[in-house]
Each structure stands twice: as C-alpha cells, then as structure tokens.
Write a protein that binds this ligand. Structure first.
Ligand SMILES: [Zn+2]
Length: 234
C-alpha cells in the first residue's frame, strides 16, 4: 500500500458518492457533483472464468482419490492474484477520482442486497466467487482512509429497482443491465442503483451532469473508453 506524498490526505470538499458493486459492471458510482463512473467486469471476468476452467480440467485429470495437486494450487493462486490486481487497481483509480471530485464520504450498499433476487443463480455465484466480499470492502476502506474519505454502509433495499425519474419501484423492469419504467425512463441499472443509493444516503436529489465515464481493464490499468453504451452481454 502506497501512501500519497502528503501522508494521510484530507478531504478536498464536502461532496458524497455512492457505489454499487456487481458482476458485469464491477463498480458503478455516482457523486453529488453529478459525475458517474463505471468499471466493466468483462475482461477481469473473462480471465477469472478462463482460469476456473483450467482448474476444472486439471481436477478432472487427477488420479482417483487425489483431491488436489501443485498445479491446481498454482492455478488458484494465479486466479486470486489476477482478480486482486484488477480490484485493487480499480479501487485506487476510483478513490483517486473521488478525492479529486471533492468527495469526503463514500456510501456502499450492504452486499447481501447487491446479490439480489433478480440475478440469476449463475450471476450470483459468479459475483460471490469473484468478489470475496469482505476482503474487497476491507481494501476499499484502506484506500479511502489513505485519502481521508469516510466509508459508510447502507442497506440497499430497492435501489436497483427504483426509477430515478419518478420513484416508481414496483412497476420497473430490469432486463440485463437496463432498467425501464412505465414513465418512459430507461437507464443503466447499476448506475441508477448507485444514484438512488446516494439520494437515499444524502436525502438530496442527484442529477448526473455529464455522460457516465466507462472504464475497461487491460491487465495493467483501468482506462476510460468512449461512449456509455452497454455491450449486449454486459
Ligand atoms: Zn419512472
């Protein structure tokens, strides 16, 4: 863990942010300054899945009665290492941005709510295995502490289903990553969830002021990509 040159940084403003943690979009975040960021899970998950398949292959080839091998253990370590690399880089990238935006408190949902019932069993399993929750939230707290940002957990009942335009939550529909409402609203469900969470936490209306910035992982860093459209399978 590297500490910024000034040691423990102090908050630069009085703004807040909220984030939604998921599987296809690893993290979606909205700030009271109206900024929105989202980090695609596509590449980290592709790598994770690939190594998981190699582990399954290696297990299938084990002699009868043998549970594991050096090779399998090595693959597990590799899978964790790559995941941790992507997640740690993500959290650092995000928290640095939030710090620059003047955010001094960051809300995140209670993760039991993240893995909501609208998710498929497969997606739930995928997110659970990938995120290793507690560890990830600990890391978030560590990075935020470096930047003097307070972290608070909130129950996120309904946030993924609430329409940010009219407040409807019973009649909204989520299909893949898109949330639609009878009032005509259509938006990215994870970004909406982070926005709703932020509104609930701060009790103020939050209006995005710019197009969401989307980031992709290239195995070294998270880089912003043009356009906020969501790929069909994301
Ligand atoms: Zn609506």
């Amino acid at each position: 863990m590297t500490v910024p040159e000034s040691g423990q940084a102090t908050p630069t403003g009085t703004d807040a942010a909220a984030l939604d943690i998921g599987a296809n979009v690893l993290v979606a975040c909205t700030t009271t300054t109206g900024d929105q960021y989202w980090y695609s899970g596509q590449e980290p998950f592709r790598q994770f899945r690939e190594t998981t398949e190699r582990i399954a292959d290696a297990k299938a080839k084990l002699p009868d009665g043998q549970q594991t091998s050096n090779r399998i253990q090595r693959l597990y370590r590799k899978r964790s290492r790559r995941r941790d690399h992507a997640v740690n880089a993500l959290l650092r990238d995000l928290v640095e941005r939030l710090h620059e935006d003047g955010v001094e408190i960051l809300y995140h949902g209670d993760l039991t709510g993240v893995l909501g019932e609208y998710w498929s069993v497969e997606a739930n399993l995928k997110a659970r295995t990938f995120w290793a929750h507690r560890q990830c939230l600990d890391q978030l707290a560590n990075v935020c502490e470096e930047y003097g940002i307070e972290v608070a957990s909130l129950s996120e009942a309904w946030t993924s289903q609430t329409c940010p335009e009219c407040g409807e939550r019973e009649q909204t529909r989520r299909h893949r990553e898109t949330l639609t409402c009878p009032c005509g609203f259509e938006g990215h469900a994870d970004l909406v969830a982070s926005q709703t969470l932020l509104e609930q936490a701060t009790n103020t209306e939050v209006r995005p002021t710019a197009r969401p910035v989307r980031f992709q992982w290239d195995d070294h860093q998270w880089y912003p990509v043009e356009g906020a459209t969501v790929a069909p399978n994301e």
